[in-house]
Design a protein around this ligand. Structure first.
Ligand code: ZN
Length: 368
């Protein structure tokens, strides 16, 4: 196993929102940036990834309704990402799903951006479609990109769009984001709350899970409410995976997983990726960037206690969340690895957490 530049095993990460961040429509505000130059905003570019030993990750494509995209104060085309979670009310629930054609055109542009990124990388980046390709990238220092939908909004119930996006490279689908679509509704971004909030899968949602299963596309349970979680668990024969969620007992956000859910994930030989968002890490749920790295490691240790060392990895939510200041961005990842190592984990365990478990669960789900 080739060690990353950081001295630690290379990290493969379960979630980032870098595509929208590069476009200047993300958490770090307007203006956009290059993936190949070191930026002083956002969390991931290739330079900082190399510095921190980040070898790749799930790149989320999230279709968003135009109505939720507020123009930036500077007028330069940026987006108020806080609008993404807006629209939920305890009385009225969620606004209606976004139209399919709107979601599809958004997804096509985001996918196109990632193919451009691979094309322009001169062999430094590769879109991976099998676990073997992923492992090869990690071994050879090629930055691995996994194509992910955060929200199934661009997929039609008949399954035709899934065939097209699969052919292009789509390998994982989160059923929903902080929204409602025709398949299910996500959990709202409120604290504290049980994840048992809202209805489960619609009939179309159940059919979608079957379609994804047949295509061996990973179904991501992050953002799903508890009813949806258990219904998916009843339908799928693949390992249960939450790409970027934490333990609910440690932080009572509905985005996190209860002990019962963690037990089901363990039972299925599935996987949870640690989310670095302060609001999902902290006991008080506060959006406070002065959060020590030890809080992240406390979450990791809890997850390992419940799931075992073979079912825990990283799922940063880089470029889509408030990351603790001491970590800052992808270049800070060795500090996280060091803090985990200091709790007594050896190189074999660190390798599993860094990427080994992701390679295992993806190979098992994708069948290649
Ligand atoms: Zn997310």
């Amino acid at each position: 196993m080739t060690a990353g530049k950081s001295g630690y095993p290379p990290i493969f990460d379960g979630h980032n929102d870098t595509v929208i961040s590069l476009a200047g429509e993300g958490f770090d505000g307007p203006g956009g940036r290059s993936f190949y130059e070191r930026a002083d905003k956002g969390h991931i570019d290739l330079v900082r990834a190399r510095e921190g030993g980040l070898g790749g990750g799930f790149f989320a494509v999230m279709a968003r309704p135009k109505a939720s995209v507020a123009p930036s104060a500077s007028g330069s085309g940026g987006v108020d990402i806080s609008a993404v979670g807006r629209g939920y009310s305890p009385e009225g629930g969620w606004p209606p799903p976004m139209p399919l054609d709107e979601a599809q055109s958004d997804a096509l542009i985001r996918f196109g951006k990632l193919f451009e990124l691979e094309r322009d990388s001169e062999g430094q980046c590769k879109i991976v479609r099998t676990a073997a390709e992923l492992q090869e990238c990690l071994d050879n220092g090629i930055f691995a990109i996994e194509l992910h939908f955060e929200g199934a909004d661009p997929l039609d119930p008949g399954g035709q769009a899934l065939e097209v996006f699969y052919a292009a490279g789509l390998r994982s689908v989160g059923l929903t984001h902080f929204r409602q679509n025709i398949y299910c509704a996500g959990v709202p971004n409120i604290f504290p709350s049980s994840p048992d909030i809202g209805e489960g899968l619609t009939d179309a949602g159940k059919e979608l899970v079957r379609q994804l299963n047949r295509r061996k596309v990973l179904v991501d349970l992050s953002h799903a409410n508890e009813k949806t979680f258990w219904e998916v668990a009843g339908i799928t024969d693949a390992p249960l995976v939450a790409t970027h969620s934490n333990a609910w007992e440690m932080s009572n956000s509905p985005r996190n997983l209860t002990d019962k859910q963690l037990a089901a994930i363990r039972e299925s030989n599935g996987m949870v990726g640690l989310n670095y968002h302060c609001g999902f890490l902290r006991k008080d749920g506060e959006m406070n960037p002065d959060t020590p790295i030890s809080v992240m490691v406390d979450q990791i240790e809890y997850l390992i206690d419940k799931l075992g060392i073979d079912c825990v990895g990283l799922g940063s939510d880089f470029d889509g969340s408030m990351v603790p200041n001491p970590l800052k961005d992808a270049a800070g990842l060795p500090k996280l690895m060091e803090a985990i190592e200091e709790r007594g984990y050896d190189n074999a365990a660190l390798t599993k957490i860094a990427h080994g478990n992701w390679v295992r669960v993806l190979g098992q789900t994708w069948g290649a």
